[in-house]
Design a protein around this ligand. Structure first.
Ligand code: ATP
Length: 212
């Protein structure tokens, strides 16, 4: 299973967590194999795409047998670093930020929000969902100590860009941006943008104009 992960296309890599979660459920229920059509039904990805995705990491399903669940899971664990705990941090402990701190990816065992930052006097110094909230002024120093590279950004949109600039200066390499602001960052920093209201509007639009 010594594969060159750089060769996995990005679109395939994005689907891996989806496959992983479903396969984990299968393993927990004692199933040892799964067909691409069963997977397809469960994760809502067509089976041709699944077969192509799996071929990138050498998992060739056998006709009438399907895929070996344990093999796939051990591959995914390696690829997704499921065996390593990745600590992330959160900036902006408002309503959304607080919800994330309380949730704290409790279903996943490999990602955990370790600390949070805000500027509001009524938030700094508190602990929410077991996560300490520090003043943003302490960001650089604390991040350097803990070698965190990823930030979940849940501040008001007008504050997002200046904060992102500071995060980058502090060495952050990945930002999960929940604000509507489009962030400009250097090319070695990755931003994934999740605008919940846009996603919701788009779902409503598709339901209306492209009924299934
Ligand atoms: P709340 O009602 O708790 O303020 P909200 O989600 O409606 O929640 P927002 O105005 O979106 O509030 O702000 C989100 C959080 O970002 C708040 O906790 C706020 O204190 C914090 N915040 C605002 N400006 C900054 C900043 N420059 N740096 C860090 N955090 C900030």
């Amino acid at each position: 299973m010594d594969l060159d992960q750089a060769k996995i296309p990005q679109a395939t890599a994005k689907r891996l967590p989806l496959y992983y979660r479903f396969l984990e459920g299968l393993q927990a229920s004692g199933k040892h194999r799964v067909s691409s059509s069963e997977l397809s039904e469960a994760v809502k990805v067509d089976s041709a795409t699944i077969r192509r995705d799996f071929s990138y990491f050498g998992a060739l399903g056998k006709k009438g047998y399907g895929y070996n669940v344990n093999y796939l899971l051990s591959f995914f664990r390696k690829t997704l670093d499921q065996d390593e705990l990745t600590k992330v941090t959160l900036v902006g402990v408002g309503n959304l930020g607080t919800a994330f701190l309380n949730y704290n990816f409790s279903k996943s065992n490999n990602t955990k929000i370790d600390m949070a930052f805000d500027v509001a006097a009524d938030k700094v110094g508190k602990e929410i969902g077991g996560v300490p909230v520090y003043h943003l002024d302490e960001f650089k120093e604390r991040v350097a100590e803990s070698s965190v590279e990823v930030v979940i950004l849940t501040v008001p949109s007008q504050a997002a860009q200046p904060i992102a600039d500071d995060l980058v200066k502090a060495g952050i390499k990945g930002i999960l941006n929940f604000t509507p602001a489009r962030l400009s960052v250097p090319s070695d920093v990755r931003v994934h943008h999740i605008d919940l209201s846009v996603e919701l509007q788009s779902l409503i639009y598709f339901l209306k104009h492209y009924p299934l």
